[in-house]
Design a protein around this ligand. Structure first.
Ligand SMILES: Cc1cc2nc3c(=O)[nH]c(=O)nc-3n(C[C@H](O)[C@H](O)[C@H](O)COP(=O)(O)OP(=O)(O)OC[C@H]3O[C@@H](n4cnc5c(N)ncnc54)[C@H](O)[C@@H]3O)c2cc1C
Length: 492
């Protein structure tokens, strides 16, 4: 089939009946729910953009194997040109949603592409696992499937491993093997956009210990597979608020969900890893599924940071507050932060290496530096926005107030900004800012930057330990090696 249109994506959504729970009720049809309707349209737009002459050459490439167009995120990178093609595609998608939707289809396309390009690793353990991931990649690519993923165990007791939890099946594990596949039971979080996707892929961060064998697995199933419950978190918007009052929350809500597998059958041909603690612990370091998606996340995060910084600048400018030195200093810092991330991205892309299997990978130290800095830079941007907007972020009339003929002249008099910024223009800017720095939508977007790819504290600690192991501290050693020893005390 090749690339899908938005209409084909929506048709696929309509054709499925996953068990989605929202606010204590089963959702019969996601497209009838105001919470999901607009975000589904935003995803559909991305599929339509693949057919738009303005974006098609960025978002798609010809697949050599099928002779059809495929999403650029399915391109296996072999050289710098491939890296930059993917980079451009990630940026086009990110700009469309201002970086606020982190789990657009390109994210998991990149993960599965990376797994398939590194199927040699799975083949070392089991020929079938490698064949399965290669076939799954083709299935996603050729049908333009939208995937969600669930890799983290629920926070039942973080001081214990999976097999030590009070209930053997709170964490997702294998119950039994059958001729047709494995039966899995338990939960995984935090599957973003699960309700609006076609299929889910499950795998895990490293950290398995002996005894965890039943939990050491990777597989994929459709979201409407029998026995899968999708339990959504509380929505951050009600789906009916006006786009004037909530320009972002009303459009870009990415609903997250807990996935509960109640004896789900996973056919053998969709099992990518099973019952092997060593393979599960090496999946991340050996297959590039940290680095390749980090390229998408880095580009997307850069656009989101840049967007938030521009909103902060607009807030300051709209009320003339950027005439003050400390405001200029704060905004200058934010702009420099975006330049740091942009420069790091270009460095990571430029300093690529080719693995012995022919895969082009960005500089992992630089990518991880981006990942380490964003959980500080993004919240800092939000903090500056809150401080500059101050009380004005709360003192805002609604769209309904604007529509009142009686109230409108008063609003126009009292809510305007500096010369040239009328009340409507100023309120549009402040409402944008409030969605980012005050609303639940914005707080989720902030939490996303901290945690979307793991705990930033442990990630930075792992980074330090690896850096120390791989890099001689030779500059420091150079001076230490010089013969500046303590002199004998001088006795006169
Ligand atoms: C908005 C959002 C969207 C997300 N989307 C997805 C998604 O689509 N798919 C997906 O799979 N995941 C997703 N993630 C989940 C993400 O992978 C996890 O949130 C992340 O890995 C952190 O795990 P946790 O939330 O369970 O925190 P925990 O790991 O439970 O950490 C909680 C606290 O305990 C500390 N801690 C816990 N365990 C240890 C330990 N062993 N050693 C030291 N300190 C420890 C941490 O430092 C932290 O302070 C998303 C997260 C967010 C916030």
């Amino acid at each position: 089939m090749g690339i899908r249109t938005g209409a084909q994506y929506i048709e696929a959504l309509k054709s499925r009946k996953p068990e989605i729970w929202l606010n204590g009720k089963i959702v019969e049809n996601v497209l009838d729910e105001p919470y999901f309707k607009q975000p589904a349209q935003e995803i559909a737009k991305l599929y339509d953009m693949q057919h738009d002459p303005e974006y098609q050459d960025d978002l798609t490439v010809m697949c050599e194997e099928t002779g059809e167009r495929m999403a650029t995120s399915f391109l296996m990178p072999h050289n710098y040109d491939d890296i930059m093609k993917r980079s451009k595609a990630f940026e086009v998608v990110a700009r469309q949603t201002f970086g606020l939707m982190g789990r657009t289809p390109d994210f998991l396309n990149t993960v599965v592409t990376s797994l398939a390009q590194n199927s040699w690793f799975l083949r070392k353990y089991n020929e079938d696992w490698a064949t399965n991931i290669e076939n799954y990649y083709k299935h996603l690519r050729d049908n333009d499937i939208f995937l969600t993923h669930a890799i983290v165990n629920p926070q039942n007791d973080r001081s214990k491993n999976s097999h030590e939890q009070a209930d053997k099946f709170t964490h997702l594990g294998v119950v039994e093997e059958r001729p047709e596949g494995i039966i899995v039971r338990g939960a995984k979080m935090l599957a973003t956009l699960a309700a609006l996707t076609d299929e889910v892929i499950v795998y895990s961060f490293p950290g398995f210990a002996p005894g965890d064998e039943r939990y050491a697995l990777a597989f994929a199933v459709p979201v409407d597979v029998k026995g899968l419950k999708i339990i959504c978190r509380e929505p951050v918007q009600d789906g009916t608020r006006s786009t004037f009052d909530h320009p972002l929350a009303s459009r870009y809500e990415e609903m997250d969900a807990l996935l509960v597998f109640e004896d789900v059958l996973v056919p053998w041909d969709k099992v990518f890893l099973y019952n092997n603690v060593e393979a599960a612990n090496l999946l991340y370091p050996m297959t590039g599924i940290a680095e390749q998606p980090a390229h998408q996340s880095g580009v997307r995060g850069y656009i989101k940071l840049k967007f938030a910084v521009e909103v902060a600048c607009k807030v300051a400018d709209s009320i003339g507050a950027d005439q003050y030195l400390h405001v200029q200093q704060d905004l200058g810092e934010l702009i420099q932060n975006t330049e740091v991330i942009r420069s790091l991205l270009r460095t990571a892309e430029h300093e690529y290496t080719i693995t012995e299997y022919g895969e082009a990978r960005l500089n992992p130290i630089v990518l991880e530096t981006i990942r380490g800095m964003m959980p500080d830079m993004y919240p800092r941007t939000i903090e500056v926005m809150q401080k500059i907007g101050a009380g004005g972020l709360l003192m805002m009339p609604t769209e309904a107030d604007f529509l009142s003929e009686e109230l409108r002249p008063t609003i126009d008099r009292h809510y305007g900004g500096r010369a040239g910024i009328d009340a409507e223009a100023r309120m549009k800017i402040f409402k944008l800012a409030w969605d980012l720095c005050g609303e639940a939508f914005g707080m989720r977007a902030l939490q996303y930057e901290r945690y979307y790819t793991g705990d930033p504290i442990r990630k930075r600690a792992i980074f330090y330990n690896k850096y120390k192991k791989d890099n001689a501290l030779d500059l420091a050693d150079a001076i230490l090696m010089k013969e500046d020893t303590v002199k004998e005390p001088q006795i006169n």
